[in-house]
Design a protein around this ligand. Structure first.
Ligand SMILES: Cc1cc2nc3c(=O)[nH]c(=O)nc-3n(C[C@H](O)[C@H](O)[C@H](O)COP(=O)(O)OP(=O)(O)OC[C@H]3O[C@@H](n4cnc5c(N)ncnc54)[C@H](O)[C@@H]3O)c2cc1C
Ligand code: FES
Length: 294
């Protein structure tokens, strides 16, 4: 039986059974990825496993500071007793988290949201398109597919950053580049003269024409800054990839994480979606009618 459950219900790990009660998690590892982004390894104090699906997120809280949604970047096929979060220091919670030490505890609620549809993707060609911090949720699914390589067909990974020094998970990116069974291309918007960079220079959409897309068999999985989606989707349209075969991980301001407060609402003409519960992973065909979605 597949260990990844495909349930769309929030699987909540917490001792008292309320989705609002955070559970304590201890920081057991930290690694600086770029000047403003760190990778944290955490374990739940209860000894339970987080049991996340690739693409799900947790609400991370620091008492007296606040709470923020953060994608779980580790694959459930690895680190069964711990999980990883890749966090950019941008505001109250994330800056405070960056000042913590190994052994400190934080609060964790979740995992929440719909992950990537692993069962639907199984057996197909996958095209991952990650921009900047968008690599964080995609890394969970990428490592899942690499650990179960024989269950997926062709894997294509396109990863774009602003500058070479902003590329994260360099060891893993090098590994993708060395593997013969993965098509991998990296790009940066800009490369300073004194920096050695072997990839493309330009926006990520420039890499899409180079991918061999089998229209009957390929799923695109996209995550990046808001500005990226429009252009990536236009380029995928150029390739005639059916919209049902495109999955987008979308970011919204969130609070409760469980579809109660309305902070993450995406309004459509007749229906409202909650990014925390109906997403953050959405099928493009289903979400494209919602004017506020992209
Ligand atoms: C599903 C999901 C997954 C995510 N995954 C990750 C991840 O893996 N890693 C990661 O680093 N981040 C991730 N984020 C983004 C992260 O949750 C936000 O950046 C969050 O705001 C950080 O919290 P903070 O308290 O540190 O920052 P805040 O104090 O909330 O500030 C963040 C930024 O937003 C601005 N801001 C604050 N309040 C508002 C407001 N009301 N309206 C507009 N702008 C405002 C601030 O000026 C600042 O620039 C994710 C978000 C979502 C929804
Ligand atoms: S964050 Fe409260 S409804 Fe989505």
């Amino acid at each position: 039986m597949n260990e990844i459950s495909q349930t769309k219900e929030a699987k909540v790990v917490n001792p008292e059974g309320s989705p609002y009660n955070p559970q304590k998690a201890r920081i057991i590892g930290e690694r600086q990825l770029t000047t403003d982004t760190k990778l944290f390894e955490l374990e739940l104090e209860s000894g339970e496993r987080l049991n996340q699906d690739p693409g799900q997120f947790v609400e991370l809280s620091i008492p007296g500071v606040g709470e923020a949604p953060i994608s779980v970047t580790s694959s459930p096929t690895r680190r069964l007793d711990s999980f990883e979060l890749c966090v950019r220091a941008v505001g109250n919670v994330t800056n405070t988290l960056h000042k913590t030490n190994i052994g400190d505890t934080v609060g964790i609620r979740g995992p929440f949201g719909t992950g990537f549809p692993v069962e639907e993707l199984r057996g197909h060609d996958l095209l991952f398109i990650a921009g900047g911090l968008g690599i964080a949720p995609l890394r969970s699914l990428i490592n899942y597919t690499l650990d179960r390589r024989d269950e997926f067909n062709n894997l294509n990974i396109l990863y774009g950053c602003k500058r070479p020094c902003e590329q994260m998970f360099e060891d893993e990116v090098d590994h993708w580049a060395r593997r013969q069974d993965i098509y991998h291309e990296a790009t940066v918007d800009f490369c300073p003269d004194n920096v050695c960079w072997g990839g493309n220079i330009g926006v990520i959409t420039e890499l899409i024409p180079g991918v061999d897309i089998d229209l009957d068999n390929t799923y695109a999985i996209v995550c990046g800054p808001p500005v990226m989606y429009k252009f990536v989707l236009e380029e995928l349209d150029e390739k005639d990839l059916p919209h049902e075969q495109i999955y987008l991980s979308l970011e919204r301001r969130m609070k409760c994480g469980i579809g109660k407060c309305g902070h993450c609402q995406i309004n459509g003409a007749e229906e409202v979606l909650y990014a925390c519960q109906d997403g953050p992973v959405f099928n493009y065909e289903k979400v494209k009618g919602f004017e506020e979605a992209i």
